[in-house]
Design a binder for this molecule. Sequence first.
Ligand SMILES: NC(=O)c1ccc[n+]([C@@H]2O[C@H](COP(=O)([O-])OP(=O)(O)OC[C@H]3O[C@@H](n4cnc5c(N)ncnc54)[C@H](O)[C@@H]3O)[C@@H](O)[C@H]2O)c1
Ligand SMILES: [Zn+2]
Ligand SMILES: [Zn+2]
Length: 345
Amino acid sequence: MKALVYLGPGQKDLRDCPKPTLVDATDAIVRMRKTTICGTDLHILKGDVATCSPGRVLGHEGVGVIDSVGAGVTAFKTGDRVLISCISACGRCEPCRKGMYSHCVHGGWILGNSIDGTQAEFVRIPFADTSLYPIPEGADEEALVMLSDILPTGFECGVQNGKVAPGSTVAIVGSGPIGLAALLTAQFYSPAEVIMIDLDDNRLAVAKSFGATHVVNSADGKAAATVMTLTGGRGVDTAIEAVGIPATFNLCEELVAAGGTIANIGVHGVKVDLHLEKLWSRNVTITTRLVDTSSTPMLLKVVHAKRIDPQRLITHRFELARILEAYETFGRAATTKALKVIIQA
Ligand SMILES: NC(=O)c1ccc[n+]([C@@H]2O[C@H](COP(=O)([O-])OP(=O)(O)OC[C@H]3O[C@@H](n4cnc5c(N)ncnc54)[C@H](O)[C@@H]3O)[C@@H](O)[C@H]2O)c1
Ligand SMILES: [Zn+2]
Ligand SMILES: [Zn+2]
């Protein structure tokens, strides 16, 4: 089968790989229909994710059809259409029993990281019963690809951890797919202001159309001052970091109001300064989280009821044979205006 293989920092290729086979009784083999590329895949290619070794098939998002199941799989059978969670969960270990699936002792974020992922014709999904979701009749498969990772991530790591509340003020640093997913799901709670910050005017224009009350291009280095003006000098109740570099976490430290929360989403590959000399007296909370995908069942209902439309995040479509072009397009978003690219296997 064809698969996109990580070959070390800065290197990847579409290669012929053996089709995966069932290893454990709880496995399923899924024939991929649609997958996508995540900002985290770009972090892997930068060399930021030490657990991902050269030779790995990348990808942790997608929808497909069950090709075969192990003897221990009871919830799915060959031919079922499924949504793949970016988090594999055994459902039995202590973290899983707490709903913290991201730290499953036997799984967690392993797909396209420590085991082969979804940017391929077939993928092996461990703990299929508790890591896959049935696709409801009539559902839009492309829209559901946004539920593998970005919508639960924006919601859980950004909105829930950031305690977005009715009437509150929110700043989201990073208007990529994850920042935009946080923007869409923040609106469940009717915050009074959502200020989106990015360097890319196209992504800020998209944010405006998704319901941002203000957009700020931070290229001039004055974003903190602008947000202070917008909030009457207070800062924001919730500052969501959705980029994953020191400058944007530091900006969140400057934006957060007394009593507020900094909710980090970004994957960080280098150390970041924590300015406790400024924050110690500010009653702030700082949260970090690897998405648990515990909100996926809820988000499936919200999408099915058309309360949010994840299709709006999709800008480009490619066949798997052209996945290198898809990476190129996603990696140069400022010129290509790419958000999420759908790859058809
Ligand atoms: N915690 C988790 O479980 C989890 C899950 C998925 C993704 N992530 C991480 O979330 C982050 C965002 O993902 P994405 O897919 O949206 O990535 P992306 O690369 O598409 O988007 C990042 C955005 O940040 C903007 N940006 C870059 N530098 C900036 C700066 N100095 N100031 C303001 N904006 C800047 C870019 O223009 C871009 O729009 C990544 O770090 C990704 O790895 C975390
Ligand atoms: Zn991801
Ligand atoms: Zn577990």
